[in-house]
Design a protein around this ligand. Sequence first.
Ligand code: NAD
Ligand code: TYD
Length: 331
Amino acid sequence: MKLVVTGGAGFIGSHFIRYILNNYPDYRVLNIDKLTYAGNIENIKDVENHPNYRFLKADICERGIEEAITDYDVVINFAAESHVDRSIQEPEAFLKTDVMGTFNLLEISRKKGIQRYIQISTDEVFGSADEGQMFYEESPLNPSSPYSASKAAADLLALSYYRTYKTPVIIIRSTNNYGPNQYPEKFIPLFITNAIEDKILPLYGDGKNVRDWLFVLDNCRGIDVILHRGKEGEIYNIAGGNEKENIFIAKKILEYLGKPDTLIKFVKDRPGHDRRYSISCEKIKRLGWQPIVSLEEGLKQTVGWYKNNEDWWKKIKNGEFLEYYRRYYEL
Ligand code: NAD
Ligand code: TYD
């Protein structure tokens, strides 16, 4: 099978490419990534010289990438602007990449007769779940942030391509991922790296917002199952089954690092902050998938990775991230 993976220098995309090359020795992968602030070629350095891997630095919005996509079977679109807080501050890039970039890839896939187009989406498109409420694949979309609204728009566009042109689209919506190589602006890597440096952990609001944590490799295994056994025109949820309040995760990180809870600082809440995400993943379970990494095991492994890879995140935190962080906190 020949796969085009977009956004493969980012967090999840890089794990997915490594997973595919390790598990399917005869598959070929073309990674198309613009290398935005979140893209990091270091994430995928170990496969750089793999005979079945090729990298193209390009924007998914460019029409010109069509040429490179000749003779591929599958497109899997991970490329996105992915951070909610940035989408609140500067939404335009989200509309460009998440909506127009998806449009461009769908157009190319339609023209090239791609056999499978997988849109990597998120549970955030459903918006906030009330206590006891759970969203299913067919639940209505009710996004809260420019990020989730741009992802929801992309999902609807992709489904329209299935209905109108029979482009073989599949949508995958996962819960919050965590693991090695996640850009340290996101909750778990920000809190781990801040704690290592004895800096404060800025907890939004009352710290009781709930996210359902999914270890990144469990997500990759789920995408693999859907790639091979999913049905076109369908949507599949992937959930970690680990719904936890943010304060619980913050305290666990401090416990694993042997740091005091006094590092936690409650700060101003995020505007439009979704209280809780909760999705059912019974549909993918019927295809034979279930998560295998417990939250404790995954979190310990993740803390260990950031402890052992300070060079990776210090380079980021002392560069682009510092500028973003200062702007965000108006320092
Ligand atoms: P990330 O921000 O770590 O990586 C995104 C990658 O896309 C980067 O390598 C970046 O350079 C690339 N990119 C951005 N704009 C591009 C463009 N215009 N053209 C080409 N490449 C571009 O994101 P992630 O956390 O790995 O998320 C990957 C996908 O999974 C996204 O679509 C996101 O919406 C979705 N998702 C993420 C999570 C999560 O918890 N991280 C959960 C559910 C869904
Ligand atoms: P985040 O990693 O940005 O993911 P999401 O897309 O789910 O918002 O944030 C996860 C949760 O952590 C979310 O409820 C917001 C919260 N959070 C903080 O409390 N402090 C922070 O500095 C960050 C980045 C997030």
